[in-house]
Design a protein around this ligand. Structure first.
Ligand code: ATP
Ligand code: MG
Length: 375
């Protein structure tokens, strides 16, 4: 690396093995990569989802070289990508097959996403056919991707929060790539200040270099944070693993025998997710809301039939009218396809209870609440 480089490329991990963290995700993905190489067949389509700055684009671009040394690849961005541009770009000589990366795939309009279905299904884009194709999508908003397209990706790895230690290693790796001497302690301090997001490490590393070259002295972490105008405690921790709900003891199962049991169960789970003031609304004529909290409203349906669209819309409508940030829906009998699609599009947290009262997430908003709790 040249010392003058100050762009993103210069600090990016150049290989799969230098990509720090996401160990389980990488391990699982590597099983499929190896199987594809051994079987001499294309890797299944992969949809990577995770919070902004978590490393999706970087990892997506590290998959083709992990498959084959000179694996053909084309990277496109979903922002403004329509049907016509797809046909123009995804064709010889730019692309004859191999790996097609579509970054920010959720940014494509729904009708253009539909156009991709045949490519992922049968390898057709319009009347072009690709015998060998793997599509890798990267997204921060899985809910904004049409369900049939999400379903066409056999592999859907989700990024997990990084630990502070991993972020320290990310800072250290970036510093090494631009030939900076940095102590492990400083790297760890800066890693802790990243707020759980690897992309924040870049500004710290570049500020460290600026201080070093202007003063000629090894900077302290506090000076770096000061230059970046970041509070000495670091950026707010958005996605740290310690905050992860999954490490907390989950509520005990209860057998749901009546509608009130289901409502009580929803109340207990909402408190666990972080809605600490969640409480049942009084029994009586159905107002449409069964559990309320300062930041959320929830409706609970204990019927064994799928909850219909109108009920989801009603809960969402009440949340909006009462200015509560979260609309939650718990259903024992699942959801109609229309209810699912609409709820996902509008960010409703859709849960399905099993008979032991364990909620399963049916939308990204619900997944996030179960995984990270209130943030
Ligand atoms: N696990 C990691 N190890 C080392 N560096 C990383 C890692 N994850 C991200 N980075 C670095 O952080 C920066 C941001 O990563 P990247 O652009 O891949 O994130 P992203 O999830 O695609 O973000 P966005 O949602 O904004 O598109 C890059 O400079 C990358 O080099
Ligand atoms: Mg990206």
């Amino acid at each position: 690396m040249t010392e003058s480089s100050s762009n993103d490329e210069s600090v990016k991990p150049p290989t799969w093995f230098e990509f720090v963290g996401q160990e389980l995700l990488k391990e699982r993905l590597m099983v499929h990569i190896k199987a594809a190489v051994i079987g001499k067949r294309p890797l299944e389509h992969v949809l990577l989802s995770g919070p902004p700055g978590s490393g999706k684009t970087t990892l997506a671009n590290l998959i083709p070289p992990a498959l084959y040394f000179d694996c053909p690849r084309l990277t496109l961005n979903g922002v403004g990508l329509d049907r016509k541009q797809l046909i123009d770009r995804v064709c010889p000589p730019d692309f004859r097959g191999g790996v097609l990366i579509i970054d920010e795939i959720h940014a494509m309009a729904k009708k253009d996403q539909e156009f991709l279905l045949d490519l992922l299904g049968r390898g057709y884009l319009g009347n072009m056919h690709f015998g060998w194709i793997t599509v890798i999508g990267a997204t921060t908003e899985r809910d904004a991707i049409i369900t049939p397209l999400v379903d066409r990706f056999p592999l859907k790895p989700e990024f997990e929060p990084y630990t502070d230690e991993e972020l320290g290693l990310i800072v250290q790796g970036m510093a090494e790539r631009i030939d900076l001497d940095m102590t492990t302690e400083t790297a760890q301090d800066l890693g802790r200040a990243c707020g759980g997001i690897p992309s924040n490490a870049k500004q710290f590393v570049f500020a460290y270099r600026a201080l070093l070259s202007t003063s000629g002295k090894i900077p302290e972490a506090s000076q770096v944070l000061d230059l970046c105008q970041v509070d000495p405690d670091g950026l707010p921790q958005l996605h740290r693993r310690d905050d992860n709900r999954s490490s907390r003891p989950r509520p005990a199962g209860v057998l749901i025998k009546s509608p009130r049991d289901a409502e009580r169960c929803a109340e207990v789970w909402m408190r666990w997710m972080g809605f600490e003031d969640a409480r049942l609304t009084p029994e009586g004529p159905d107002s449409g809301i069964d559990v309320i909290s300062r930041r959320a409203v929830a409706q609970v349906k204990a019927q064994t039939v799928p909850a219909p669209l109108e009920q989801i819309q009603r809960t969402y409508g009440i949340a909006t009218a009462e200015q509560r940030e979260h609309a939650l829906f718990f259903s024992l009998g699942g959801y109609t396809p229309q209810a699912l699609a609409w709820g996902r599009q509008h960010g409703v947290a859709l849960f399905e209870f099993d008979l032991q009262g364990e909620p399963e997430a049916k939308s990204e908003a619900a997944r996030r609440l179960l995984r990270d709790g209130l943030t």
